[in-house]
Unconditional design. Structure first.
Length: 191
């Protein structure tokens, strides 16, 4: 049985899943593989494009293409295979204003496909969107979203420096330049 946008959003925004969002967790990856592996395949084939008719469906499709790709295919080139799809989808929804109809934490995942782009213009747009999002927050939320903005800036700076993410080179079969090798050897390199 194919998943629905509601299935994806309820799973992804559950506090148990939230604790695993930005870490390597084999058990969490296995849960996504078991529950949403077929959904990811359908999304990559374009069979779920109709989800984008609503802001919530659009967000669910972005999560499948951008986030689930990384969980399902760690250390594999397929982790980034749907990035172009996700970036085009993100840009289209942002142009329609779909992001403005989402909760702040949901907007994070509407913008992450842009943060994952090996494209300077998309990186600039991403930083701008995260800056606006952080500015709209108060208190503890402001601090949390400033952290998301910091990560967006760090991604931007890597693309500004290298034109690509050097930590992907080995998996994608790309040779690293001496400058990229130095970067990769530095503390905190990669994402």
């Amino acid at each position: 049985m194919r998943s629905t946008p509601t299935d994806v959003l309820e799973f992804w925004f559950d506090p148990v899943a939230e604790a695993c969002w930005f870490e390597r967790n084999e058990a969490f990856d296995a849960r996504i593989r078991q529950r949403f592996g077929d959904t990811w395949v359908a999304a990559v084939r374009g069979e779920l494009d109709d989800w984008a008719a609503t802001p919530e469906g659009w967000l669910a499709l972005l999560i499948v293409l951008d986030q689930f790709s990384r969980n399902l295919h760690r250390d594999d080139a397929r982790a980034w295979a749907a990035d172009g799809q996700a970036q085009a989808l993100a840009r289209a929804g942002i142009a329609r204003g779909d992001d403005q109809r989402l909760l702040p934490l949901q907007r994070l995942f509407a913008y992450l496909p842009l943060e994952h782009a090996e494209d300077a213009a998309l990186q600039r747009l991403c930083v701008q969107l995260f800056h606006q999002l952080a500015e709209q927050q108060t208190g503890v939320d402001r601090h949390r979203f400033e952290g998301f903005l910091d990560y967006a800036r760090r991604h931007h700076d890597v693309i500004d420096t290298f034109g690509r993410f050097p930590h992907r080179n080995a998996v994608l079969g790309r040779a690293s330049t001496p400058a990229e090798q130095d970067y990769l050897a530095s503390p905190g390199a990669g994402f």
